[in-house]
Design a protein. Sequence first.
Length: 83
Amino acid sequence: MNATPGPRARALPEVDPARCTGCGRCVAQCPPKVLWLETEAPGGWGPKQAVLHDAPRCTGCAQCAVVCPFRAITMVRRSEIQA
């Protein structure tokens, strides 16, 4: 099943690894399911971090940033994102 790309978002979530605790609230709130939790160690062991995996499908809704209790997610305009 192919994923249909979402509308082009004006801003994308940027996760601050120093503030992210890996609680998963942003992942649960993400409507297009483009945020995932990842670990540095193989097999899912170790501390978790939220990561934007599918930027083209992100709608830019900012719900992830709103629900983050640690203020680890900020919305960054696409023009400000380093390519």
